[in-house]
Design a protein around this ligand. Structure first.
Ligand code: C2E
Ligand code: MG
Ligand code: MG
Length: 578
């Protein structure tokens, strides 16, 4: 009886173990020396396609690995990729030969690592392929170019083209990033059409592409091909119910003519592309050595700008905004100047864009504010303590919340934030970022005024103006010049004027130079304020102090101003040089 009991316990135990083996999350098989399966648990049934739930995968490779393990009498660990039609299953399998009850058996345990494997593949793909467009990455095209360079024995030529989408930032700002992304995808499709298998298109960053054309017979052939590619880009892209136009600037270098390694070829193609950007965009050109000299000169300017920032070689000129009826100074605008290596004063036209491009503009703006704070007594003496003080902020800065928060803080720290206005071009307002909703309220809370600079020449329209909340609108000089002789500008001026009035914005005419222009504004419009050489050139405070030592006389109020139209004396006192 007790034996019986013992026996049944073992049997129960055996059944218990069988059940566990059956349910193990790892696949387990036992086979004999002939490959005959003696045991297959549930997981293995599924992995090997033996449970009828999916088509059985090809097991030839697995069988071979098992056979080898048995023969060698040594365990092996292998990664097995089992394909059943479309799906791929990756198993990490240990084949372990054992000798049990006088028989040679093979125990195989497999865990499913498909998910981990897919993830690794995805990581691999993202290192070599651009996620958005699916194009090969910079590493891949570099590798391809290098392998072409390495087999340089047949005198084979190839071309490397550097492509940069024109005004992509504007497109992104205006339509939003989703449209920008979709445009890049469509563009890459159009660019990639008509390529041979031996050519390669790669997206190397934001809106930059590299195109490798290989092999090539002649420069003419490449020029012709690029021409037809650019032609394809001229048709509009229809994205998200918008009609988007996008052109591309292309610089091309040829191997071996323009460089013997990838980096040189890429750089020279980039230099050629830069030339096209400056020549009006949307075209292609080949590199030549004169461009290299240009690029060197540009680098020198870059260097000296960085140096000037480091050494704080900047100063401000101030130009007044004048009430055209009373001649009172309503406010002043700070216009930054650079003292170059030789001490010559440079106007911002020569360096502001570069400073923006190089990421130096934020520092520059803080320098301008610091100079204003330092000179505030002199500013008050010269223009009156009520005059507002305007500072220009580049559109790129306006779209950068981090800078704008810092700048708002710096304005608050002056102790007189209400004196300030910031001047921003209209591009900043139409951009689909948070400028209007998040950044502007920050400045409003401090009592800082908002001015739209250079209105009329940017990307916005009159209807966009209705959505903008600003205190002041400055009509660009191009509309004011010879306004008395230009009916078209007069019409535009009237439209801006009435819309601004409805929206409660003060209108300022920029670049007023002549008595005739002033007379027109006074007679035909309700515009109250103007800024221009006619009233005052931008002036350096120190020079004004030197020119007229008695500061009460220097004060530019209506009482002390000469009333005749010719204001040459002021121009001279300003010491303004372009
Ligand atoms: P803006 O803000 O529109 O400034 C007016 C520009 O027109 C100034 O040129 C001024 O000297 C010039 N101007 C004023 N009246 C007349 C006139 O009657 N006739 C003509 N022909 N020109 C006149 P400036 O000082 O060369 O500055 C050019 C631009 O540089 C400014 O245009 C502004 O956009 C930018 N800028 C100046 N300072 C700064 C700054 O601190 N930060 C930033 N981000 N930009 C600045
Ligand atoms: Mg301005
Ligand atoms: Mg302006």
């Amino acid at each position: 009886m007790s034996d019986n009991k013992h026996f049944s316990a073992t049997e129960a135990e055996f059944g218990f173990l069988k059940e566990i083996v059956k349910l193990l999350p790892a696949g387990l098989t036992v086979q004999d020396a002939h490959g005959e399966l003696l045991l297959v648990n549930d997981t293995a049934l599924n992995q090997l396609g033996m449970d009828g739930r999916r088509p059985p995968p090809d097991l030839a490779q697995r069988k071979e690995a098992g056979r080898q393990a048995l023969q060698a009498g040594q365990a092996v660990v292998i990664e097995e990729a089992l394909h059943d039609g479309a799906a791929r299953q990756v198993l990490l399998t240990t084949h372990r030969p054992v000798r049990l009850a006088g028989r040679d058996l093979l125990i195989s345990a497999s865990s499913d690592i498909t998910e981990q494997k897919n993830f690794e593949d995805q990581l691999f793909r993202s290192a070599y392929f651009d996620e958005l467009t699916g194009l090969p990455s910079r590493r891949v095209i570099e590798h391809r170019a290098n392998s072409l360079l390495a087999r340089d024995n047949r005198g084979e030529r190839f071309a490397l083209a550097f492509l940069d989408v024109d005004n992509f930032k504007h497109i992104n700002d205006y339509y939003g990033h989703a449209v920008g992304d979709a445009l890049l995808v469509e563009l890459s499709k159009r660019l990639g059409r008509d390529l041979r298998d031996s050519d390669m298109l790669s997206r190397i960053s934001g809106d930059e592409f590299l195109l490798l054309l290989s092999p090539i017979q002649s420069q003419e052939e490449v020029a012709e091909f690029m021409q037809s590619t650019l032609q394809r880009l001229t048709a509009p892209f229809f994205i998200d119910s918008s009609e988007v136009f996008a052109s591309t600037s292309v610089g091309i270098s040829l191997y071996p003519d323009h460089g013997r390694n990838f980096e040189t070829l890429r750089q020279n193609a980039d230099i050629a592309m830069y030339r096209i950007k400056n020549d009006g965009k949307g075209a292609a050109t080949f590199f030549d050595s004169s461009m290299e000299r240009e690029a060197l000169a540009r680098m020198k300017i870059e260097q000296s700008l960085r140096q000037a920032i480091l050494e704080k070689r900047f100063c401000c000129a101030f130009q007044s905004k004048v009430d055209i009826r009373t001649q009172a100074v309503k406010g002043i605008e700070a216009l930054v100047r650079l003292r170059d290596d030789e001490g010559v004063i440079q106007a911002p036209g020569s360096f502001i864009n570069l400073a923006v491009e190089l990421g130096l503009i934020d520092e520059l703006t803080h320098l301008v504010l610091a100079e204003i704070v330092k000179s505030i007594d002199l500013i008050n003496d010269t223009f009156g303590a009520e005059a507002s003080i305007s500072i220009n902020v580049a559109a790129k800065q306006a779209g950068n919340p981090e800078f704008m928060r810092n700048f708002a803080q710096a304005l608050e720290d002056t102790g007189f934030p209400r004196r300030f206005m910031i001047e921003v071009t209209e591009d900043a307002f139409v951009a689909k970022n948070h400028f209007q909703t998040e950044i502007l309220p920050l400045f409003r809370r401090l009592g800082v005024g908002i001015s739209i600079d250079d209105f009329g020449i940017g990307y916005s329209s009159l209807s966009a103006l209705a959505d903008i909340t600003a205190d002041e609108i400055k009509i660009d000089r191009s509309f004011i010049t010879d306004i008395h002789k230009r009916p078209r500008s007069q019409g535009i001026l009237r439209a801006i004027e009435s819309l601004s009035e409805a929206l409660g914005m003060t209108v300022i005419a920029e670049g007023l130079e002549s008595y005739e222009e002033l007379a027109y504004l006074q007679a035909a419009t309700k515009i109250r304020y103007a800024q221009g050489y006619y009233f005052s050139r931008p002036i350096f405070l120190e020079e004004l102090k030197l020119a007229t030592p008695a500061s009460s006389e220097a004060r530019m109020s209506s009482a002390s101003r000469p009333s005749e139209p010719n204001r040459q004396g002021y121009a001279r006192a300003s010491g303004y040089r372009r």
